[in-house]
Design a protein around this ligand. Structure first.
Ligand code: ADP
Ligand code: GLC
Length: 490
């Protein structure tokens, strides 16, 4: 094997195009594709969920990874490993097949064994590396689900010389989800003998916290934007983990996510009926007419269309619309489309907006990749008033589609969208600072006003579309980081 080839074991609970609930899946798929193309030996481990469409991809059993026993406390599991290629690359994705844990009809559950499902994934990835005789330079862990890997390597697998030089990187995609469970599970994690290595104040109140454990033991921590890296060290954004992140500040870096322009590009997008580019925007208006027609809304020239595609959770800040949306709909000639699902208070609110303004507002409750692409292409503006946003991908997709983002200045939104300035005609969107309805109303109003001035709007669209957040740029930062953590220069 090439001694200079970087070896990365990437472990993620979701991966595009196989499984997805949010941006983690896009990042796992696209970053690994990029790494593979750079000649990195990257092996991606993820669960074989029953929701994966087995007709779309070809899966092969890995002959030497069948019927592998794995003991979790007093429970004995057997798992198999299947492999498939990450589309557009030669990267092998290894699927951990254990029906008892991953056949639940969805990726994440509130079942009492949720901790076990992902502790199992973490251990299975390590066990597979052992059977492959493969000692990666880096185990790249993502979010709470795989945050125990650093501790596992330092305890249960410390005897194995294969991992003598292996280091760990933990990426925090969202600090709002930490994996907090009763400390009675330690035995089942296989870590009963290592109680002393968990945060003792948590144990004192009968808890363990997966993400915190990862923050304590990973060699390097990353998060998905520079602003979020700073924010999570503060009480307001740290969700209780800020003291730990402050403690590890020297080992924490922010790298803004890249996006996969092979998937998200109005010049080639297979989901949209009319292609367009920064040089020829004609298709965008036609996509808008098509989208509105599909939604049962009428198209009128010069009437802007606002769009939302999102998980409907408190993080995304839609509470700010509670106070102003009806008023905005009542007094302005606009169209508005929302695609998403989640907490019932948001679903009910959007449902009621549709009932009150059936000619202007459409709520599509659910998940549809195709409609997400159509909205990116057909809308004029994209609304993301997040309470917090580690990175956010939709505003970056929006930029490429000339769909002007209206965002709150937080996390990755602050790092990827600049407020439009009338005088210098610079900027790529509308950015409001304080988490208030007035702030959002101001930004939506500014967008509305600017939209009425065709030349200014075209300039704004071109500013947005010329932004480049490709993995070619961002991925190099990970490669440099991996080498640094591995203790070598690349
Ligand atoms: P988060 O990971 O917090 O949900 P991101 O902006 O990073 O936010 O990524 C969200 C991803 O999920 C995007 O690719 C977006 O298009 C997709 N998405 C979210 N909700 C839906 C939905 N209802 N239908 C289709 N795609 C969705
Ligand atoms: C999380 C964050 C989102 C980020 C994504 C991928 O789900 O909420 O902001 O873009 O992870 O890193």
């Amino acid at each position: 094997m090439n001694q200079d080839q970087l070896k990365i074991c990437f472990v993620s609970s979701e991966v595009v195009p196989f499984s997805k609930t949010g941006g983690l899946a896009d990042v796992a798929g696209a970053l690994c594709k990029f790494l593979g193309r750079q000649g990195v030996d990257v092996r991606l481990f993820t669960p074989f969920y029953d929701t994966i469409d087995t007709r779309k991809f070809t899966f092969y059993p890995v002959t030497f990874l069948q019927q592998i026993p794995l003991e979790m406390g007093s429970r004995q599991f057997l798992f198999n490993v299947l492999t498939a290629q990450l589309p557009g690359s030669e990267v092998d994705v290894y699927f951990v097949d254990c029906p008892a844990l991953y056949h639940r009809g969805r990726l994440y559950t509130e079942d009492p064994d949720e901790y076990l499902r992902f502790a199992f994934l973490s251990r299975a990835a390590i066990e597979c590396c052992q059977r492959m005789g493969w000692g990666p330079h880096i185990f790249h862990c993502n979010d709470w689900q795989t945050a125990l890997i650093p501790l596992y390597l330092k305890t249960l697998y410390s005897w194995d010389g294969l991992f003598r030089h292996s280091k760990t990187v933990l990426t925090i995609h969202n600090i709002g989800y930490q994996g907090q469970f009763s400390s009675s599970i330690l035995h089942e994690l296989g870590l009963g003998a290592h109680r002393n290595l968990f945060w003792q104040d948590d144990l004192a109140v009968g808890m363990v916290n997966f993400l915190k454990t990862g923050i304590l033991y990973a060699d390097m921590l990353t998060t998905v934007s520079e602003t979020y890296a700073r924010e999570i060290q503060t009480e307001a954004y740290g969700a209780g983990l800020h003291p730990f992140l402050q403690m590890r500040a020297n080992s924490l870096v922010g790298i803004v996510n890249g996006v996969d322009y092979e998937e998200w590009n109005p010049e080639t997008d297979p989901y949209i009926p009319y292609h367009y580019s920064i040089r020829d925007l004609a298709g965008k208006e036609k996509d808008k007419a098509y989208l509105l027609n599909q939604l049962g809304l009428t198209f009128e020239p010069h009437v802007p269309l606002y769009g939302i595609v999102s998980r409907l959770t408190a993080q995304k800040g839609f509470d700010l619309l509670f106070d102003c949306l009806f008023d905005i709909l009542a007094h302005n000639a606009i169209r508005f489309v929302v695609l998403g699902s989640g907490e019932s208070r948001y679903e009910e609110f959007f449902q009621s907006a549709q009932q009150a303004f059936p000619d202007k507002f459409c709520f599509y409750r659910g998940y549809s990749n195709e409609l997400a692409h159509l909205i990116e292409a057909g809308a004029d503006m994209f609304v993301m008033p997040s309470r917090y946003e580690p990175c956010g991908l939709n505003q970056i997709y929006s930029l490429k589609y000339g769909t002007i983002p209206i965002v709150r200045k937080t996390g990755g939104l602050a790092d990827t969208v600049q407020n439009y300035d009338w005088v210098s005609q610079t900027g790529t969107g509308f950015v409001f600072e304080h988490f208030t309805s007035d702030g959002l109303r101001w930004a939506m109003g500014s967008a509305y006003e600017t939209y009425q001035h065709r030349d200014a709007w075209l300039k704004l669209m071109r500013n947005a579309m010329s932004q480049n957040f490709s993995w070619e740029v961002q991925g190099q930062k990970y490669i440099a980081l991996y080498w640094r953590v591995a203790g070598r220069s690349g």
